[in-house]
Design a protein around this ligand. Sequence first.
Ligand code: G1P
Length: 294
Amino acid sequence: MKIRKAIVPIAGKGTRFLPATKEIAKEIIPIINVPMIHYIVEEAVNAGIEQIVFVTAAGKFSVEDYFDRNLELEHFLERNKKSKELELVRRIGTMVEVTSVRQKEQLGLGHAVLCAKDVIGDEPFAILLGDDIVRNPKPAIQQLIEVSEARSGAAVIGVMEVSASETDKYGIVKGDIIDEKTLKMTGMVEKPRPQDAPTNLATPGRYILPPEIFSILRTIPKGAGNEYQLTDAINILCQQRDVFAYRFEGERFDTGNVLGYLEATVDFALKDPEIRDKFLATIKTRLQKNGLSL
Ligand code: G1P
């Protein structure tokens, strides 16, 4: 069955980006001039996803507005013959069908995913977490979709290697090696201490899951951090169905924290041919002015 829908949870308060997030949704904070959420939605759209299901909370209307048409702005740009800008604005407003469901209490990622159950219905779906931006010619989520299709629609969880000191920031998978990129999963554990981690393969927010996950999510108790964890539901799913972990290709940025966000900003600027040279010159000047060298 084709993967047509993707859940993108955006209900988090973005406390690491306070005070900006006192007033604006974290997802709208731009990397250069493009909101972070744009990269996530674009990854899904480029992978053939037709509908994005945002799991939202109060104060997130700007994300929904961003992917909607803005006719007043379009008319303004048209009148002022700004055809390039007009095309850009129109493209964003029509790039994908967006649906929102509300998570009324922040009870964890498992709970957020369960909130989207009725919109997803009885079909397999993708999840993309907004704090992880992955850049690759072939979108990371498309790589997972292809693995799922090649394995009769099995669940596939995207993984990457992390250092031992970082296992307590992620869901960590375990299983049997199938090939250099694929693991047949036997389980998963949320944010284990390094000494308890079964592997160093972490899940940076890309999942293909079957609708059966919803009935599991309904039954799990609260887990790590006293929250309903998607990890715990996937752990149970591994006992019921084939679940694979796949080491996808792509450069991943953890834009959920300020340093990762800065890293993404610098990298995106260096990869932008229109900005690169002037940006490099600016960095050089700034290093000098601050008495620093590399
Ligand atoms: C969540 C998930 C975790 C996953 C991580 C990826 O944790 O619970 O399994 O590895 O996202 O960013 P959070 O970062 O929301 O605490």
